[in-house]
Design a protein around this ligand. Structure first.
Ligand SMILES: [Zn+2]
Length: 338
């Protein structure tokens, strides 16, 4: 069902061709994380994109919202890193704003989770079919509008699609995929990729670069928002906790955490968000096994009391709802059905 919704959203939007994105892309903001690591920021959703200069070539993580943004990423990385040899593109997950520039990197291996490739292949086929049709739909819709219609709180940073010229888009799925973990030898650097398990999307990958003390977390964790997994369903909670334990091992020395959007997190901020997830998962599982009602569990997991330092990150809805309460409800329903 979600698949179909996503395809519809993409196609309706893609068919509504936007003049803005046929022009040159505005220059990306960028800053150095180190001699070898460049952080670029751009696009309607302020996507963070990282490029690493390694002995095997440049490795880019995520390709942005559109082919024009992908080209801006490629040329900025070439200019700032002083080389043109690309080794890999890695996708953190399959959301449109992270993968629609992939076609610009079609000359190098593109790495992603199995599900990232599978879902993008479905979209690619649907897009090609839409290109062969003539009549455009009346109006574009956004993901936010769909969510609002369903009476739910809109999610934080991840967002609705942009207007994009359908003719310029060629959905390009990863051609190197993995199921659990993958290790990339980049000469002077290693990249360790971990499938997080179904959470924000079905294809979320964490990318750890120990030599740079760097961890990329896609849209799973943010500096300015709580993690939000509500409304996504089919959680893989054991795997989440396993992966969190792994990436936080002291020997990896992670210090800089880059989200898909927004400012980087430091280790303490990331750890606090991981602990929030851990406490919700294990605490609510135990409460459900004791037969506690949702109301009782909401009370026991009151954000201000349980996680005071995270309380400012919650977004509240009009009728007593909030991102946090949505999380509690989602976990309660998940464990109840299990
Ligand atoms: Zn995103």
């Amino acid at each position: 069902m979600k698949n179909i919704t996503k395809i519809t959203i993409l196609l309706l939007t893609a068919l509504f061709s936007g003049a803005v994105f046929t022009q040159d892309f505005p220059p990306l903001e960028f800053r150095r994380l180190s001699d070898r690591a460049l952080l670029m920021i751009g696009g309607r959703e302020s996507n963070n994109v990282v490029a690493l200069s390694t002995e095997r070539g440049i490795v880019v993580i995520d390709s942005g919202e559109s082919p024009v943004m992908g080209r801006a990423i490629r040329s900025t990385a070439e200019r700032e890193l002083g080389r043109k040899d690309f080794a890999f593109l890695i996708n953190t997950h399959d959301d449109w704003d992270h993968v629609q520039g992939n076609q610009v990197f079609a000359d190098v291996p593109i790495i992603g989770h199995d599900q990232c490739a599978a879902r993008m292949m479905i979209l690619a086929a649907a897009l090609e079919e839409a290109k062969s049709r003539k009549a455009p739909p009346a109006r574009p819709r956004t993901e936010a509008a769909v969510v609002a219609k369903a009476g739910k709180l809109p999610p934080p940073p991840p967002v609705g699609p942009i207007a994009i010229d359908i003719k310029s888009l060629s959905i390009t799925p990863p051609d190197v995929t993995f199921r659990d973990r993958m290790r990339l030898d980049l000469g002077d650097l290693r990249a360790q990729l971990y499938y997080f398990g179904r959470a924000h999307s079905r294809s979320d990958v964490l990318i750890l670069i120990p030599e740079e003390k760097l961890l990329l977390v896609g849209d799973l964790f943010y500096k300015n928002s709580l993690p939000v997994f509500a409304g996504r369903g089919g959680f893989e909670t054991e795997r989440w906790l396993e992966v969190i334990d792994e990436v936080l091992k002291p020997e990896h020395g992670v210090e800089i955490i880059i989200s898909g959007h927004g400012p980087p997190l430091d280790r303490a901020e990331f750890t606090a968000r991981c602990e929030y997830v851990r406490e919700l998962v294990s605490g609510i599982a135990a409460d459900v096994s004791k037969g506690l009602t949702l109301e009782k569990v909401q009370e026991r997991f009151d954000l201000e009391r349980r996680f005071p330092e995270l309380a400012p990150l919650d977004q509240k809805g009009s009728r007593g709802g909030s991102l946090h309460r949505g999380n509690v409800e989602a976990f309660w329903s998940f464990f109840k059905k299990r």
